[in-house]
Design a protein around this ligand. Structure first.
Ligand code: B3K
Ligand code: ZN
Length: 881
């Protein structure tokens, strides 16, 4: 496999105006007839041959303008079909045989349990028929689907239904027409025995849209939340972005076997069932929030992605970064803005920064790839969203809205680039984003090192800021970026008014205590005047840029920020930094064989926080949740290599100290935060459950007797959030017998609910102790497990690698070997999932001996296998250089 480059982009030599597809679906095959109305792209394709994409297609027949082509008139290669001499305008018709039943890659047309469905993004359409499978080729689609009526009563595609016929022989046919030209990656088809929950929405402009969520009959009672979320999203996009829905139908279909969360196909969104089905009995609070966010995300794509799409896959963040920003703001508006920001910052700092520091590091707009499926990453999605957020911060909400209006209006119906987005933002706002553009091209996480200096006589406070970005693969030199650095200064009695020397009085925020500094140089100073006392700087407020921030705070200063700053993100961050500094200190003591001593200052600060009932319990919970072992390992990598055992021990030591120090307060928080109202996934209840269940975790650590609380909670829980939280505590902290009893009971109760069983698999993957690997290996054979189902693989295998650090990183390398063997099997059946599972092993450079070396050994073993998929090949080869 070889790389393709952004710099080699060329417009298509041919365009397709109309695409007619006819599917004939059978139990052992599908026949696909396609008629493409093609024409040369003026000025580009003169004299060029027509080259179509195709994969795993059996070509049965081919005709140009109605005349069948003989073997000498076209040529077939591995993944392409070329015809040398074609007119400037013509139709090309083909008939192919494909085998959806055997398609385990879950890309193209495949079968999920009893239904046919499709996943075409990025390049899956070429597994359906010969085509110009690239996003800058947009066509109007007409689709007919024929199938057995009894097995597949529901036949769906994009756009509007135009006909339904009974064919008399037990088969029937439906025809669909999508009036909006679209790239092939937005095509979708579903055929199955499905029921629907129906509703409707009237747009601001008065269009009546029929909304339907299609599921298997048994899941009809789990669609309400997704439907409510859909209607909220439709309203929100009208109110916040002025975007209305544009067809009379919007359909969602839930499928069990799906590589990603969901897919925004025009008017026919296909969802992983885990991202649409919800009920209080089977779904956690987190699950409800995920469903709301993903329904919104896919809906928002109708404008940011479908009406305006990407010119090529290097521009993926154009639609994904923007749409993630949109869904994040939606979630913030629906729930708690600060909690949402903290969650997103956590994903950035723990997972995206790790990607940026690893062998697969790439810019938000990558400049090369081998397999595009490997670039649906946290960098393209989440960092891409942070880049859009920074534009929002720099422009302000009104100018940003003008920019998005201009972008949508100017590019409606087009396939465009990230540059087009930035240009629209620049033009509408009059802001120069010249230097800012580097965020799209430069990989890696910038480091901001900040120092503060107070001059009591002059009453000035100087922030000295240095920025730098470490080299990433292929990018040894880095340039300074434009970084919006939101700051405040915390004084004894609250946040101080800010006045930058030499600038007009700060009017940016009402109380003048918040300011966004524009960092543009490698080194820069900002002087505040009229500062009457020595302040504690409150930095990177609201996580104003996706950077690592270094400031040498004392623990007292962190305590001050944590308890008194008026920025919620900074308070949380201070709590995290304090925890990290304590954890690192304890780890040092452990490694030196000293008695571990947890700083009482930290314990006291935490207890004070927990006692403060005026705070949002959700924030208190986030502040008292210790950073995970994976993140601590990532930090340790920069300090000489992570040692999993001492990191684990240190974390356990601090957890236990905090549990014991505040035992009575934890118990009080546990009792206080009980929710008596009927279950609802609303911010207030979610917050209470979150702090209550965190309290339970600490209590179980403080004293064995408190396991009884978890068992009682498990026995009486009326919702999945509380039930699963209790099960986790029992499995992590209870005796073997208590654990086995609870796990058996849980399975017996929920074995008919696949999504709940996945949670059960995940809980087991994280059970501590030597036996963990054997348990996980055993579960691979369990009736509830299926290697072909990505959700199950993620729960069990992903759950073990990411959620059981001590056992995954066993010194004997058995955890890595097990993981590698699963990847080996998936390399053949589902390359996308195989490549994703490689991520934890690619971090081998972060780990000290013996783990680091053993991880590398496993990667080398895999690299030596014959027949690697391009997906797996790309990750392996980049990880081993
Ligand atoms: N656009 C899809 C992702 C498709 C993944 C293809 N490998 C989901 C989303 O981001 O909305
Ligand atoms: Zn998306």
């Amino acid at each position: 496999p070889s790389a393709i480059y952004l710099k080699d982009y060329r417009p298509p030599a041919f365009l397709i105006e109309r695409t007619e597809l006819a599917f004939d679906l059978h139990e052992d095959r599908a026949i696909v007839e396609a008629t493409l109305h093609l024409r040369r792209n003026s000025g580009v394709g003169a004299g060029e041959a027509l080259v179509l994409h195709g994969q795993e297609l059996e070509l049965l027949w081919l005709a140009l303008d109605g005349r069948e082509l003989g073997e000498g008139e076209y040529s077939l290669a591995e993944d392409s079909l070329s015809i040398a001499d074609v007119p400037d305008q013509f139709t090309l018709s083909s008939r192919c045989r494909i085998r959806p039943q055997d398609n385990t890659s879950l890309e193209g047309l495949y079968k999920s349990r009893t239904m046919f469905c499709t996943q075409c993004e990025a390049e899956g359409f070429r597994k359906i028929t010969w085509y110009l499978d690239r996003p800058d080729v947009m066509a109007e689609f007409e689709v007919s689907i024929e199938a057995e009526k009894a097995r597949y009563p529901v036949l769906l595609s994009n756009g509007n239904p135009v006909a339904a016929e009974d064919l008399g022989n037990g088969r029937h046919r439906a025809r669909w027409h999508d009036p909006f030209p679209k790239p092939a990656y937005l095509f979708a088809l579903v055929a199955g025995d499905l029921r629907s929950v129906d509703d409707s929405f009237t747009t601001r402009g008065g269009r009546q849209v029929s909304l339907r969520i299609f599921v298997e009959e048994k899941d009809l009672d789990k669609c309400d939340h997704a439907m409510i979320s859909l209607k909220k999203s439709m309203r929100w996009d009208e109110e916040v972005y002025g975007r209305e829905y544009d067809l009379d139908i919007f359909n969602i279909v839930a499928v069990d076997d799906f590589n990603m969360g969901a897919m925004e196909n025009k008017s026919l969104n296909i969802f992983n069932s885990s991202c649409v089905l919800c009920s209080p009995e089977t779904t956690t609070d987190k699950g409800f929030q995920t469903v709301e966010a993903i329904v919104a995300h896919e809906y928002f794509h109708n404008w940011s992605g479908n009406r305006v799409t990407c010119r090529d896959w290097f521009q993926l963040s154009l639609k994904e970064g923007f749409t993630v920003f949109r869904d994040a703001e939606f979630s913030a508006d629906m729930g708690s803005r600060t909690v949402k920001r903290v969650e997103d910052a956590t994903v950035m700092r723990t997972a995206q920064f790790a990607e940026d520091a690893g062998p697969m590091a790439h810019p938000v707009r990558p400049d090369s790839f081998i397999e595009i499926s490997n670039f649906y990453t946290l960098t393209v999605y989440e960092k891409g969203a942070e880049v859009v957020r920074m534009i929002h911060t720099l422009l302000g909400p009104e100018a940003f809205r003008k920019g998005s209006d201009l972008y949508f209006e100017r590019h409606d119906g087009q396939a465009v680039t990230c540059e087009d987005f930035v240009l629209a933002m620049e033009e509408a706002s009059g802001t120069d984003l010249g230097q800012f553009r580097r965020w799209y091209a430069q990989a890696g996480t910038p480091l901001l090192s900040v120092g503060g200096d107070y001059d009591e006589d002059a009453q000035t406070y100087t922030l000295s800021v240095r920025q730098s970005t470490a080299p990433t693969p292929g990018q040894p030199e880095k340039q300074p970026l434009l970084i919006p650095l939101a700051v405040g200064l915390l004084g004894d009695a609250g946040n101080l008014p800010l006045q930058l020397e030499g600038e007009a009085p700060n009017v940016e925020s009402e109380d003048n205590t918040h300011l966004v500094l524009k960092v543009t140089e490698a080194e820069q100073q900002f002087v505040f005047s009229g500062v009457r006392e020595r302040p504690v700087p409150s930095l990177l407020r609201g996580f104003s840029a996706p950077v690592r921030l270094e400031y040498n705070y004392s623990r007292e200063e962190l305590c001050a920020l944590m308890s008194r700053d008026d920025d919620g993100f900074v308070r949380w961050d201070a709590a995290q930094q304090l925890a990290i500094s304590v954890l690192q200190e304890v780890e040092g003591q452990i490694r030196e064989d000293q008695a571990a001593r947890v700083d009482p200052l930290y314990l006291k600060a935490c207890e004070t926080l927990l006692q403060d009932t005026s705070l949002d319990p959700a924030m208190v919970a986030e502040m008292l949740r210790l950073p995970g072992e994976g993140y601590l390992a990532e930090l340790a990598a920069r300090r000489g290599g992570a040692r999993v055992e001492s990191i684990h021990l240190a974390r356990e030591t601090v957890l236990k100290a905090l549990a014991l120090h505040a035992e009575a307060t934890w118990l009080e928080a546990y009792r206080r935060n009980v929710v008596n109202a009927p279950y609802a996934p609303v911010a207030g209840q979610i917050a209470a459950r979150s702090l209550r269940n965190l309290s339970l975790e600490y209590l179980a650590l403080a004293r064995e007797e408190h396991i009884a609380l978890a068992r009682a909670q498990y026995a009486s829980a009326g919702n999945m959030t509380d039930s699963l939280a209790a099960l986790r505590v029992i499995s992590q902290r209870g005796t073997d017998a208590q654990r086995d009893e609870a796990l058996d009971d849980f399975y017996r109760r929920w074995q008919a609910e696949a999504l709940v069983v996945n949670q059960w698999l995940q809980v087991q993957a994280t059970v501590p102790g030597e036996g963990a690997l054997a348990r996980v290996q055993g579960l691979l054979q369990h009736e509830a497990f299926d290697l072909r189902n990505p959700n199950k693989v993620r729960s069990l295998v992903g759950g073990f690698a990411n959620g059981n650090p001590l056992q995954f990183h066993r010194a004997d390398g058995a955890g890595y070997r097990f993981h590698g063997e699963v990847i080996e099997a998936l390399n053949t059946s589902n390359p996308q999932i195989a490549a994703r599972l490689l991520a934890p092993l690619t971090r081998w450079r972060n780990y000290a001996a013996p783990q680091g070396a053993a991880m590398r050994t496993e990667l080398e073993r895999l690299a030596a296998l014959p027949k690697l998929s391009p997906d797996v090949f790309e990750v392996l080869s980049k990880s081993l250089v």
